[in-house]
Design a protein around this ligand. Structure first.
Ligand code: FAD
Ligand code: N01
Length: 545
C-alpha cells in the first residue's frame, strides 16, 4: 500500500510513512512488527532512548524485576519465540527482560525501522489531507496516515519539586532514569524518597551495599513477599509443552495471570479457613494474596480488613523494633491493595539493619533540599547520594510531553483537561487515526501488560486492515460512545475500594491532576469481548469516513 505524498502548503515534508509509532518498549516493538510485517505498511518508530526496551531500558535501579512470572510476562504472539527464549528466574530481573526485548528486536529485524535517540515533539492532524504531521527534536518531519503513541503508562518521571530543588551537591538519581553504568554505593551515605513498588525493590539491595541508607516514607505500604527463585528446568519444560493452555488460562483470568487458589469470598470462610488460605497465598508469593486469594478483597471493606490485618501482623513479625514496625504498618484507614500491591524481597527485614533508618515524612514533612542532604520539620539528614523513587505521572504524562493536536487544532491536553476521554482506551473523539496502546480506560496496568499490549496492537492492526479494505481514510471515536464508556469505567471502579486510595491510578500523586480513575476494572476477558464485538460490528462507536 503506497501512501501518496500530500501537498501541505507551508509544511516542510522530509518523509512520508503510513504510520508513525512513538516508543520502542513492548508496545512499540509489537506494533512495528504487525504494521510492517503483517500489514506491509511503511512504519517509522521514534524512541528517545538509544535502545529498545522502554521500562526495561530506563529502570535499571538495583533490584528491578517483574512481579508477574516471566513465563506470563512475555510475548505470546510467536510460538517460536516462546520456545526459543528461556528465563533464568521465576521473576526475571531488569537486565534479562531488557536482553529479551533486544532479542525480540533482533529476531524480527525491528531496529532498522526505529530512530533511536529521537524524541517526538509534536503531532498535528491536518484535516484537509487527513494526515498526521509529526516532528522530532532532530528536526525531522514525517507525514503519516496513522499516529500511534506507544509512549508507556509509566514512563514519565514524577520528581517532586521540594524547596531547594536542584541544590543538592551530591549525586542525584531517579529510579526510572537509572544510569547505564550503574552506581557504586560502597562507603556512601544514601537518602531515598519514596516507599512504592520501586523503592521496595531497591531498598534491600542498596542497604547491603551502602554505608548508610535513610528511607523517607510518606505512606507505608502493604508489601508482600515476591518469592523469586531460579527457574526450575522441569517447570520450564512443562510450560513450554503447554504454553497454549497456559496463555488461555491467562486470558480467562481477571488480570492476565491465572491463580489456582482464588475463592469467591473471605466472608464465607471461618477464621481458621481464612488464615489457612491467607498463609497459603502468602507462601505462594507474588500477587497471590492481592488478587489470587479472595474475590472480594478489593470490593468489600470487611474482607479487605481481614487481609490488611493479616499483612500488618506479618510486618510486625518481621521487624524487630516495635516502633519502626508501627511506622511500616499501613493504618486501618488505608485499605489493603487499593494502591498497587508491591512485591518485595526482605524489604521489612532491611529495617532491622544497623545502617538503615526510617524517617516518617508524613508527620515530619520534607522542608527543603540542602546542598548536603535534606531537612524535614524534624531535623537535617546528610548523605552523598539522593534517590528519588517517587513514581510517574502515569497515563497522561508522556502524552502531554508531546504537543498533540487533533481536528481543528485542538490540543489533547485541552480535550483531556478534566481527565482522559477515550473509547475503550483505544481512540479519542477528534483525534482521527490516533490509537493508544494500554491507554486510559482500558485494563492497562491492572492486567498482565505484554498480553494487554498484544490485544491492543492486534485490534489496531485489524482496524487499519479493515479501513484499507473498505476505502476509509479516517476513524474517530464518537463523543456519546466515549461518554458511555467513561461512565461504565467509573461505575466499575466505584464498585471497588480502589478509588479510596490516593494512588496514581487516580492521578492523585501529581499535584493539580484531575482525579479520575483511569483503569477499566471489568477484567481482561470481558474487555477483550467488548473490543472484539466493536470490531465485528464494523467498529461500532467509532465513525469511519
Ligand atoms: P514503555 O516500556 O514505557 O515504553 C515507552 C517508550 O516510549 C519508552 O522507551 C520512552 O522512552 C518512549 N517515549 C516516550 N515518549 C516519547 C517521545 N515523545 N518520543 C520518543 N520516545 C518516547 N507490568 C506488568 O504487567 N508486570 C510487571 O511485572 C511490571 N513491572 C514493572 C516494573 C517497573 C519498574 C515499571 C516502571 C513498570 C512495570 N510494569 C509491569 C509496567 C510496564 O511499564 C509494562 O509492563 C510495559 O513494559 C510497558 O511497555 P510499553 O511499551 O507500553 O511502554
Ligand atoms: O511509584 P509509586 P513506583 N513527597 O507512585 C512517594 C510499577 N512498578 O515507581 O504513597 C514524599 O507507587 C510516594 O508516597 P505516597 C507498578 O505498577 C512495578 O514505586 O504518595 N513522597 C510513594 O511512596 C507501580 O505501582 C514494579 O505518599 C513522595 C513513592 O514516592 C508503579 O510502577 C516495580 C512524593 C512513589 O510510589 C509505580 O511504582 C516498580 C512527595 N512529594 C514499579 N511524591 C514491579 O515489581 C511521591 N512520593 C513489577
Amino acid at each position: 500500500i503506497q501512501t501518496p505524498a500530500p501537498n501541505l502548503s507551508g509544511t516542510q515534508t522530509t518523509s512520508v510513512a503510513d504510520a508513525v509509532v512513538v516508543g520502542a518498549g513492548f508496545a512499540g516493538l509489537y506494533m512495528l512488527h504487525l504494521l510492517r510485517d503483517k500489514l506491509k505498511l511503511k512504519a517509522r518508530v521514534f524512541e528517545s532512548a538509544d535502545g529498545v526496551g522502554g521500562t526495561w531500558y530506563w529502570n535499571r535501579y538495583p533490584g528491578a524485576r517483574c512481579d508477574i512470572p516471566s513465563h506470563h510476562y512475555s510475548f505470546s504472539f510467536s510460538e517460536e519465540l516462546q520456545q526459543e527464549w528461556t528465563w533464568s528466574e521465576k521473576y526475571a530481573a531488569q537486565p534479562e527482560i531488557l536482553e529479551y526485548l533486544e532479542f525480540v528486536a533482533r529476531k524480527f529485524d525491528l531496529n532498522k525501522d526505529i530512530s533511536f535517540g529521537t524524541r517526538v515533539s509534536s503531532a498535528h492532524f491536518n484535516e484537509a489531507e487527513q494526515r498526521w504531521i509529526i516532528t522530532t527534536d532532530r528536526g525531522e518531519t514525517v507525514v503519516a496516515r496513522y499516529f500511534i503513541p506507544a509512549v508507556g503508562t509509566l514512563s514519565d518521571a514524577n520528581i517532586p519539586k521540594f524547596k531547594g530543588h536542584g541544590s543538592f551537591q551530591g549525586q542525584v538519581l531517579f529510579t526510572g532514569k537509572w544510569p547505564k553504568e550503574g552506581v557504586n554505593f560502597a562507603g556512601k551515605r544514601v537518602g531515598i524518597i519514596g516507599t512504592g513498588a520501586t523503592a521496595m525493590q531497591a531498598i534491600p539491595v542498596i542497604a547491603e551495599q551502602a554505608a548508610h541508607l535513610t528511607v523517607f516514607q510518606r505512606t507505608p505500604n502493604y508489601g508482600t513477599p515476591l518469592r523469586n527463585e531460579p527457574m526450575d528446568p522441569a517447570v520450564d519444560r512443562e510450560v513450554k509443552a503447554n504454553y497454549r493452555t497456559l496463555r488461555q488460562q491467562a486470558w480467562e483470568s481477571f488480570a492476565g495471570v491465572p491463580f489456582e487458589r482464588l475463592k469467591p469470598s473471605a466472608l464465607a470462610d471461618s477464621p481458621e479457613e481464612r488464615r489457612k488460605q491467607y498463609e497459603a497465598c502468602w507462601e505462594d508469593g507474588g500477587f497471590s494474596l492481592w488478587i489470587g486469594c479472595y474475590g472480594d478483597t478489593l470490593f468489600d471493606h470487611t474482607a479487605n480488613r481481614y487481609a490488611a490485618d493479616f499483612v500488618r501482623e506479618k510486618i510486625r513479625s518481621r521487624v524487630k523494633d516495635p516502633a519502626v514496625a508501627a511506622l511500616l504498618c499501613p493504618p486501618e484507614s488505608q485499605a489493603y491493595g487499593t494502591k498497587r500491591q508491591p512485591c518485595e524481597t526482605h524489604y521489612f527485614e532491611t529495617f532491622n539493619r544497623d545502617n538503615v533508618r526510617l524517617v516518617d515524612i508524613r508527620t515530619q514533612p520534607i522542608d527543603e533540599i540542602l546542598p548536603t542532604g535534606l531537612r524535614t520539620t524534624g531535623g537535617e539528614h546528610a548523605f552523598d547520594i539522593l534517590i528519588y523513587a517517587t513514581g510517574f505521572d502515569a497515563f497522561t504524562g508522556a502524552m502531554f510531553k508531546m504537543d498533540i493536536r487533533g481536528a481543528g487544532g485542538r490540543p489533547l491536553q485541552d480535550y483531556w483537561s478534566a481527565g482522559p476521554r477515550t473509547l475503550y482506551g483505544l481512540g479519542a473523539h477528534g483525534f482521527p487515526n490516533m490509537f493508544f496502546i494500554t491507554g486510559p480506560q482500558s485494563p492497562s496496568v491492572l492486567f498482565n501488560m505484554p498480553l494487554g499490549i498484544e490485544m491492543h496492537c492486534e485490534w489496531i492492526a485489524d482496524c487499519i486492515t479493515y479501513m484499507n479494505a473498505h476505502g476509509y481514510t479516517a476513524i474517530s471515536a464518537n463523543t456519546e460512545d466515549e461518554d458511555r464508556w467513561i461512565r461504565h469505567t467509573k461505575e466499575l471502579a466505584d464498585a471497588t475500594l480502589l478509588p479510596e486510595a490516593t494512588s496514581w491510578y487516580l492521578g492523585a500523586n501529581i499535584p493539580g491532576k484531575p482525579r479520575v480513575f483511569m483503569v477499566y476494572l471489568g477484567g481482561g476477558k470481558h474487555y477483550k469481548e467488548v473490543i472484539s464485538r466493536c470490531a465485528a460490528e464494523d467498529y461500532a462507536g467509532f465513525t469511519l469516513t
